[in-house]
Design a protein around this ligand. Structure first.
Ligand SMILES: Cc1cc2nc3c(=O)[nH]c(=O)nc-3n(C[C@H](O)[C@H](O)[C@H](O)COP(=O)(O)OP(=O)(O)OC[C@H]3O[C@@H](n4cnc5c(N)ncnc54)[C@H](O)[C@@H]3O)c2cc1C
Length: 511
């Protein structure tokens, strides 16, 4: 069975690990811990377990790990192995009015599983595996703590695949994909996680277990309650199983690479490819900075295309791609660039060493209409570039649709007065600069996104980091989300402080 992969070690002994995020912590008394021990097979209260449950892959938190801190720690970690045990944990927390935060892979990059007000961490990793595979209907029921490689291995043993390949495949779980509304790298062919889910079992805040969907390929039985929980980041309920759509393992694969004089010309090709109905699994366009960094290509934007399907479909798709690339001014590149992308696509080792060298780095994925995408790209790269300390700002297009696409920005900065020397990253002054720079870079991109009427996240979600941008992004519709939260979790115990929602326990202390 897989388990979470921490982003970097915490540089402190277990007993002296601190918390970076201030704000109130809800007390958990011994009586509650004893009750949890009665209903749940594993309840951990040791310092190391609590610290690991107090962080995820939120990049700025790497700089805190270097000085022996995590964002915020729970008082105890409960590890149910079955839905009934999980429901019983929720009942105890509901009665005691104690926060409870679901988590599994802890690979979120916005702090969404960080228990900001303490309370109980609900670790779902023991609830793993497949419950059922219906290979006639191409459906499987998976438990929430199933990690990506374990899921695909079990499915491929039956000749089927889910087709969900996030970069964090090895780090993340089925429940996390659904809770964050994730997107895989092959999503143009297989869809995003919301297209793959047919039904859910969900534990509500008071411990009731409900089922949504799952009765057929579609139902006109009122609004789609399954989708209410997809992207809800553990604030409306805890997913205890998911019925997922499958595909036969593809018969064949094709690869191609193209070069464009600039990023906007490449965007135009992606737009028209989707507009004509082709859906190559991978259609990723890198700007000149990222083309140089990833592929050693000078002065061009690079388009990576990969598809897998029935050979007849592949021929038609690749022919159409080639036609549209030509029409937008692209030229054929070396197909070995796709092999290079395949080799490095899930390499996540670079992040922590950069932070340890004093470089603040993060990625920001947003989505917008084709009609604004070129300007959104140029304005956002310029806006981050103007934040003092920025070394580089770049982007690629990672997911295309007929109406628009996801732009995935990367920025990196270093203290302008560091003179190129590695600073003492555990120093308080460096921490203050790093947080200030980080917040300013995010605000620069979010401001541009708001001006262009685009979406503040395409697939990483909201967590702690984007919470402050949520109410303006949703406008009056935010009141509907608040009403859902109040109806489903009237005591506000489920992952409080997330999605920008108000919490009975206080304000989220970030930034
Ligand atoms: C290097 C790297 C690359 C990444 N690439 C991608 C990518 O390509 N595509 C993508 O979509 N994301 C990507 N991510 C982000 C992250 O991996 C995803 O958000 C992932 O879906 C989180 O899954 P997890 O199991 O780690 O969830 P966690 O981090 O443990 O939790 C994330 C959120 O989901 C909630 N949650 C978890 N399980 C449940 C449940 N059963 N019921 C209710 N709520 C639950 C938690 O409360 C929290 O709010 C990447 C992250 C990293 C570090």
């Amino acid at each position: 069975m897989s388990s979470p992969t921490p982003v970097t070690p915490i540089d402190a002994p277990a007993g002296s690990i601190g918390e970076r995020l201030g704000g109130p912590r809800v007390p958990v008394d011994d009586a509650l811990v004893r009750r949890l021990e009665e209903v749940c097979p594993v309840v951990e209260v040791d310092g190391r377990s609590r610290a690991e449950a107090g962080r995820d892959w939120w990049p700025i938190a790497i700089s805190w790990a270097v000085s022996g801190k995590v964002p915020a720690m729970p008082a105890a970690v409960a590890k149910p192995a079955a839905a009934q045990e999980l429901a019983a944990v929720l009942r105890c927390c509901h009665e005691a009015r104690v926060p409870v935060t679901a988590m599994a892979g802890r690979s979120g990059v916005c702090g969404s599983s960080v228990p900001v007000f303490g309370g109980i961490a609900l670790d779902l990793c023991a609830m793993a595996g497949l419950r059922e595979v219906d290979d006639v209907s191409l459906l499987a029921e998976a438990l929430p703590g199933t990690f990506g490689p374990d899921l695909e291995e079990a499915l491929r043993g039956r000749g089927v695949t889910l087709g969900h390949w996030p970069q964090s495949m090895a780090l993340s779980t089925v429940g996390g994909w659904l809770a964050c509304r994730g997107a895989g790298q092959y999503s143009t062919r297989y869809g995003k996680i919301e297209d793959m889910v047919v039904g859910l079992e969900v534990a509500l805040a008071d411990g009731r277990l409900i089922r949504t969907g799952g009765t057929g390929p579609r139902a006109a039985t009122g609004p789609d309650l399954t989708q209410l929980f997809v992207g809800s980041e553990g604030v409306l309920g805890v997913i205890t199983s998911a019925l997922l759509r499958l595909h036969p393992v593809p018969a064949d694969e094709r690869r191609a690479a193209y070069l464009f004089p600039d990023f906007v010309a490449g965007l135009s090709a992606c737009r028209t490819i989707l507009r004509r109905g082709a859906t190559p699994a991978v259609l990723r366009l890198y700007d000149a900075v990222e083309s140089k960094r990833n592929f050693d290509v000078d002065g061009h934007s690079t388009l990576i295309v990969l598809d897998e399907a029935d050979p007849a479909l592949l021929e038609a798709t690749m022919a159409l791609v080639s036609e549209e690339v030509g029409a937008s001014g692209g030229e054929v590149g070396d197909p070995a660039l796709v092999d290079r992308w395949m080799e490095h696509r899930n390499d996540v080792s670079a992040l922590a060493p950069l932070y340890r060298a004093g470089i603040v780095v993060d990625t920001i994925e947003v989505a917008g209409r084709w009609s604004v995408l070129g300007r959104l790209y140029e304005d956002a790269v310029r806006a981050v570039g103007e934040v003092p300390g920025t070394l580089v700002a770049s982007a690629h297009q990672s997911h295309s649709y007929p109406d628009g696409a996801c732009l995935y920005f990367t920025f990196a900065g270093r203290h302008p007065e560091s003179g190129g020397e590695d600073p003492d990253v555990a120093d308080e002054g460096h921490r203050r600069w790093a947080e200030g720079y980080y917040a300013a870079a995010w605000e620069a991109v979010m401001g541009v996104v708001e001006r262009h009427g685009a979406a503040i996240s395409h697939h990483h979600g909201i967590g702690v980091n984007r919470a402050r941008f949520m109410a303006p992004a949703l406008g009056e519709a935010f009141s509907v989300l608040r009403a859902c939260k109040e109806a489903l979790d009237p005591r506000g115990i489920l992952n409080p402080g997330k999605l920008g929602l108000p919490s009975p326990f206080g304000e989220v202390p970030w930034p």
